[in-house]
Write a protein that binds this ligand. Structure first.
Ligand code: ADP
Length: 257
């Protein structure tokens, strides 16, 4: 007799293609800062020839190279930490460690630390979180990463003299946290793609601000681990609002502290 086996391998093939695409992206993202680091090392290694270069100018080049190395190392560290978090979540290795958290404390914490990191001192920061919000059962460290990514983006994609507002409100169904900016905004076509891993805008203005396209994808994974949802409303040249909804019926929210 014969045994005929038919198996649908579409899913496996797709998963493999996705993995290959992921590895290609990661390699590319790691390669460009490494090239820059290599060039800086060459600059620092070059012997000083006082007959050819003005020593003061040479010291300037060297200092610039050291600063670029510092920036690239910071970028690489952020990329690797995002990648590790995403991979762990996707492999199912990361169980959220939920504790009762006072949302106002967490938001104030994220708000203060990201505000401090902003280099543009023309920006205005507003925090509007009612102190009477109920406690939420969340993984504080993970949620901090998600919120941090949203506020950092709001700063990065702002225009000078812009306003960044972090707020929270409670409705019958959800506790909602919003991060609003008055920056460059996102077109309607792009709004559907920005949560995809490695997606970066085609828009020149957005591209000029650097990034790796992982921040929103990680934020979304973290929010989904909490059975919540993340959404965006945005108008080009007016600004964007990212909102995280933590559904009350997902046992996330309990009585007030
Ligand atoms: P990136 O590291 O590129 O900022 P993200 O995943 O955080 O990666 O964001 C993906 C893309 O979404 C960005 O490249 C940018 O085009 C767009 N984006 C995210 N947040 C904002 C924002 N607040 N304002 C305008 N565009 C944004």
């Amino acid at each position: 007799g014969y045994l005929l086996m038919i198996a649908d391998t579409t899913r496996a093939a797709l998963a493999q293609a996705k993995r290959a695409e992921f590895v290609a992206h990661v390699s590319h993202e790691l390669k460009s800062p490494l090239n820059t680091l290599g060039m800086c090392v060459e600059t620092l290694r070059a012997p000083v020839d006082d007959n050819l270069v003005d020593p003061e100018e040479d010291a300037g080049f060297r200092l610039e190279a050291v600063n670029i190395i510092g920036d690239e190392v910071e970028r690489l560290a952020a990329l690797i930490s995002n990648l590790l978090n995403i991979t762990q979540i996707e492999m199912g290795n990361m169980e959220p460690d939920r504790t009762r958290v006072r949302l106002s404390d967490l938001l104030e914490d994220v708000f203060t630390s990201t505000k401090r990191s902003a280099t543009d001192n023309t920006l205005t920061f507003e925090l509007d979180v009612p102190s009477k919000m109920p406690a939420v059962l969340i993984d504080k460290d993970l949620m901090r990463i998600a919120l941090n990514n949203l506020v950092t983006n709001a700063i990065k994609y702002s225009n000078p003299e812009g306003t960044i507002r972090v707020s929270a409100e409670e409705s019958d169904e959800a506790i909602s946290i919003s991060v609003k900016d008055s920056g460059i905004g996102i077109s309607a076509e792009e709004q559907v793609s920005i949560f995809n891993k490695f997606y970066r805008s085609e828009n020149q203005e957005a591209r000029a601000r650097g990034g790796q396209g992982l921040g929103l994808s990680l934020a979304q994974e973290i929010v989904q681990m909490h059975h919540g949802a993340i959404r965006v409303e945005s108008v080009p040249n007016e600004g964007s609002t990212f909102t995280i909804d933590l559904w009350k019926n997902a046992e996330i929210v309990q009585q007030a502290i």
